[in-house]
Design a protein around this ligand. Structure first.
Ligand code: PLP
Length: 327
């Protein structure tokens, strides 16, 4: 079994509000993985508990990873690497070479953590693995040891963090913290690199929490994520063959991604504002807002759902200007 560090504040709460049920049109239990920590909070900590343990076991001195400029994963990696005494280098994708990258949200936290940030173009980003592996070799020549974490921490090892999250929900449900019922019609969450989806589907199979694991894509499309999730799942099964007992396949829906990655439609922004004003629950416009928006429109609509709030608050704080019209 793979070793993991204890980095997250666990168990995260299960949260429910009648007013949220009314907005969504279903009984919604929110798994508050936005509360897995402080500034490093969100879904990525659960993956990094495994990935950073592997980095330490490999005697790494530096962690390399990648993402968008406002990547939550890059920010969580930068902060947690520093907390473990590791250096961190981030390869961050900008839309155009000279796109301004203001010191807000995740990017501010990356810099605060002292991560080395390399801004790269979308073309360079396509070869991100080669780029990071090349940098790892360079570091090796100067006597350092780099550990490369893929986009989103999404490989088989990282996805085990979400198998564990489903085991955590199973324990909470069995303690009666979820209104007495022992299953959900669906478990729903945002999907950006596929690792969470792979772990949730495997974990749902192992724990019997649901037969329907819905991954709401925020970029790319269904075919891309089905392929990606299949690859990550195979890697996870190689890490832990006992997960083979599961038989739940991720259901990818890609009609709620809005105008593009990181860009929400005005209807989605209005939804995020409405949820915050009526329930106090803060969603982000890149991931969790689109996912809950999708749950409210899902067909067939589950009558009892577990929604995984995956975090993303710094990304929201970087988009104030985009939300102004809805406020
Ligand atoms: C990364 C992220 C996701 C998506 O998780 P993946 O495992 O990358 O698919 C969802 N929500 C938030 C807030 C994230 O940062």
């Amino acid at each position: 079994m793979a070793r993991k560090l204890a980095l997250a504040h666990l168990p995260t709460p299960l949260w429910r509000k009648d007013e949220l049920d009314r907005i969504v049109g279903a009984e919604v239990w929110v798994k508050r993985d936005d509360a897995t920590g402080g500034a490093e909070a969100g879904n990525k900590i659960r993956k990094l508990e495994y990935l950073l343990a592997a980095a330490l076991d490999a005697n790494a001195t530096t962690v390399l990873t990648c993402g968008a400029v406002q990547s939550n994963h890059a920010r969580a990696t930068a902060l947690l690497a520093r907390s473990l005494g590791l250096s961190c280098e981030l390869f961050l994708r900008t839309r155009t070479p000279h796109e301004p990258t203001p010191l807000t949200g995740n990017h501010l936290l990356d810099q605060l953590a002292g991560a080395t940030v390399r801004l790269i173009s979308p073309e360079q980003y396509r070869d991100r693995s080669a780029l990071m592996n090349g940098r790892a070799e360079e570091l090796a020549q100067s006597g350092q040891r780099a550990y490369v974490i893929p986009e989103g921490g999404s490989n088989g090892l990282g996805s085990l963090g979400y198998v564990d999250a489903m085991r955590e929900v199973r324990e909470q449900v069995d303690l009666g913290l979820c209104g007495g019922a022992t299953e959900f019609d669906a478990i729903v969450h945002a999907c950006g690199s596929g690792g969470t989806a792979a772990g949730v589907a495997l974990g749902a199979g192992v724990t019997g929490l649901t037969r329907r694991a819905v991954a709401v894509a925020v970029c790319d499309n269904r075919a891309y994520f089905e392929r990606t999730i299949e690859r990550i799942t195979a890697e996870a099964l190689a890490c832990d063959p006992s997960l083979r007992t599961g038989n739940v396949q991720a259901e990818v829906v890609d009609q709620f991604k809005g105008p593009g990655y990181g860009i929400a439609s005005s209807e989605q922004k209005q939804f995020i504002v409405d949820v915050a004003r009526r329930t106090g629950l803060v969603l982000d416009p890149v991931y969790s807002g689109k996912a809950l928006f999708g749950l409210a429109r899902l067909e067939p609509k589950p009558s009892r759902a577990l929604f995984i709030h995956t975090g993303g608050l710094p990304g929201l704080l970087a988009q104030g200007a985009d939300l102004e019209a809805q406020l």
